[in-house]
Ligand binder design. Structure first.
Ligand code: SAM
Length: 236
């Protein structure tokens, strides 16, 4: 379904080596995404080239900034149809990935893609801020990643409690990244983080993107995350 030459070009630009399994898995993922989208609202992006650039390459850009080749634990917060976590897992299949979403139907889609691709990962039907209060998940991850879930100051309180000290919280944003980062400076500090990297770049189709990488330098105080309503109505 997808143009392999386009995908090859995109991954090479990012600096990733994808084997034939990888290409086939991305192809099957795209095909299922379009098919499932007929009955579950997963994405507005359905043209094959757009899927490659705006979903796959966009998600994989994280690997340009962070080496994730070892068996490390990653949580994808508000994963929806699997972005960015599923492309990361296809590219780095040794990662231990937990996909989290508050909407169960989206997770059924991810389970279907995983089963079909022979990839192993967990799906968790819950709100990220609930997991952040649960000893089983709190400060257990090397990486928490998210794209298009909430403004950064809100997202930090969803994600930072899940990252272990020394780990990274990685947020993919559009052109508003810089402004969101300014508004989230306080949240990052309170939750135990320090900005490691901010970068802006342009996807092949001209869309502007940014990446925010925060290192967890100390434990998140136990009073965070607060209740869902408070996080969004009174961001840190
Ligand atoms: N990350 C995907 C992407 O970039 O295509 C999906 C983005 S979609 C706009 C936002 C997703 O985040 C939805 O699937 C929604 O159910 C989920 N979500 C929002 N807040 C959440 C929370 N606090 N915990 C878990 N999932 C959440």
């Amino acid at each position: 379904m997808i143009d392999f030459a386009l995908l090859k070009n995109e991954v090479e630009k990012i600096g990733i080596n994808l084997d034939q399994y990888g290409f086939d898995r991305f192809d099957a993922y795209a095909e299922r995404l379009v098919r499932w989208n007929n009955h579950v609202n997963l994405t507005a992006i359905t043209a094959p080239d757009d899927i490659v650039i705006k979903h796959f390459a966009d998600s994989l850009y994280i690997l340009k900034y962070v080496q994730m080749s070892k068996a490390q634990k990653l949580i994808d917060i508000g994963t929806g149809a699997g972005f960015p976590g599923l492309p990361l897992l296809i590219a780095e299949s040794e990662l231990e990935v937990d996909f989290v979403d508050s909407v169960g139907k989206k997770l059924a889609f991810i389970k279907d893609v995983l089963r079909n691709s022979g990839l192993v990962a967990s799906v968790i039907h819950n709100r990220a801020e609930e997991l952040g209060k649960d000893e089983e998940y709190r400060e257990k991850y090397d990486y928490a990643v998210a794209r298009a879930v909430a403004p950064l100051n809100v997202l930090c309180e969803y994600g930072m409690p899940l990252v272990k000290p020394g780990g990274l919280f990685i947020s993919l944003k559009g052109s508003t990244g810089k402004q969101e980062l300014k508004q989230a400076e306080n949240a990052i500090k309170i939750l135990g983080g320090e900005l490691l990297r901010f970068d802006e770049y342009t996807l092949s189709n001209g869309d502007e993107r940014s990446i925010i990488i925060v290192r967890k330098i100390s434990h998140t105080p136990t009073k965070y995350p607060r209740k869902s309503k408070k996080i969004s109505t009174r961001p840190l």
